[in-house]
Ligand binder design. Sequence first.
Ligand code: SF4
Length: 89
Amino acid sequence: MSKVLDKNPDPPIRTFKTVCPHDCPSACGLEVKLDKKGKVAKVYGGRQHSYTDGVICAKVSRYSERIYHPDRVMTPLRREGKKGQWRIC
Ligand code: SF4
């Protein structure tokens, strides 16, 4: 478990089962834990899914950190000028 989530003051209160949305041949089953605000607190491999058996790749296990990261791009951007210069479309 990541250190960021270990310090989460809001322990998960609800868990639901789903599948990974990536176009990946593994097609892992997932268990997603939500905090009391309804935000994703942690994503695990499905324990009842024989392939994952509770384990998933690092890309998906850290979803909660990625989707709530302050630098996440939330709108389409268009490059203008030099590399690294963007404007909102
Ligand atoms: S959790 Fe990772 S390995 Fe599993 S299907 Fe998704 S991307 Fe592929």
